[in-house]
Design a binder for this molecule. Sequence first.
Ligand code: SAH
Ligand code: SF4
Ligand code: F3S
Length: 475
Amino acid sequence: MGSNTIHDIKIDDIKNAVIEVKNINDNYYNKTGDRKRYLIYTFGCQMNEHDTEIISGILEEMGYEHANSAKESDIIIFNTCSVREHAENRVLGRISQLKPLKNTKPDLIIGICGCMMQEENMKNYVLNHYPYIDLIFGTHNIHELPILINKVLQSNSAVCDVWEENNDIIENLPVIRKDKVKAYVNIMYGCNNFCSYCIVPYVRGRERSREPEDIIGEIKSLAEDGYKEVTLLGQNVNSYGHGLKTKIDFPDLLYMINEIDGIERIRFTTSHPKDLSDKLIYAMRDCQKVCEHIHLPVQSGSNQILRLMNRHYTKENYLELVDKLRSNIPGIAITTDIIVGFPGETDADFMETMDLVRKAEFDLAYTFIYSIRVGTKAAQMENQIPENIKHERLDKLIELQNSISYEKNSNLVNNIEPVLVEEISKKDPNKLSGRTRTNKLVHFEGDRSLIGNFVNVKITEARAYTLIGEIEAKQ
Ligand code: SAH
Ligand code: SF4
Ligand code: F3S
């Protein structure tokens, strides 16, 4: 951890809380032969998935063990997402379902954290409507968790602590990673872009970058632990480095990571089109380990809507970028995010989006119905689009994109692709699954001992979202 105090929290107070909670949990174990157990439900993006890995690390440091079900848990934490109303409703529904369990097991600690708790209204709603919640914290004070849990255990009353901001980056928090082959590495936090529809800048705070030494140190130790792939995380990785003492930008960072022995694949997400430089395209081309895939959210194909969204590029700029990426990085997969039904989106605007999708030929698009987020600029705009029209547009867009995705994947049939074997296939327990460098999921038969290794897979069949293949020969 950088400084000795953060927001009046002393590092020693955190360490002492870890020891106190661990003592309580160890005493319980000595008496009963059983461990206190935890479960975390995670919603939202990779940032949240990685935060969950840190929360797991902190809980395990305090002597909690992972639970397989809510029923056998002593502490359950919801790590929430507020990007769309649907995500929020799912969280609230799940919390309601836990009420009967809490009634039969009053010592169960139920906690909520993550982006939803950074919204003042939502935090108050939860406090008022779910009196059986024991613990609330936010995205800026995860490191404070030992103190908060200790308070819940000592006082037996609800504890709520959410920080509005945190300018410090807390290094060296414990982490239990879900995966043994690929790892998430934060390179920056927060977002300064304020796209007019988006809640993220309000719940994740201002943009701040991690020091390159800290990032490189973490990745080197991942390589020592046998990890083969890293995904660098940031809301807008292209603005990495702003505000750091070291004069460094994102392409520089890629060149540095490319030198780390043991790491074979480098991915990153997300890139904002307005900041995608030629230097980055050349770094992707020249760094052998940087994979041929970019996630480049376009959001809309209409210049009028892009302007209202505060995106700072046009449809033409975006298509130029696509051309430049394809001509410099042969075979690159381009994926995107698209919102339909933004306020004021006319049929003609939507047709522009359909046209862009046809021209850009995305490998995959994550498509969303615009969801009003209180506090954002777009929430106040006139001409909100009726639900039925939003759904009609979404259906048309998905149909078009599915046919393009299928077409793109079909072009790979008979190719031999190097695949990093990740796990037993979730679709078929007799198969393995892994990804191509272009981030396409492939299912194939093979021995589970291959997990964590590279194999050459001949693609035999294409679907819109996945590929089927056979192992050719071990590399
Ligand atoms: N920083 C990333 C991810 C942001 S959230 C980025 O800029 O791409 C992921 C996606 O959710 C966004 O790209 C956008 O397509 C979608 N999204 C964000 N706010 C939304 C809203 N209010 N309604 C619908 N979709 C939204
Ligand atoms: Fe949201 Fe825009 Fe920031 Fe992405 S870049 S997190 S869409 S405000
Ligand atoms: Fe959701 Fe927060 Fe990520 S709002 S998309 S979990 S940054």
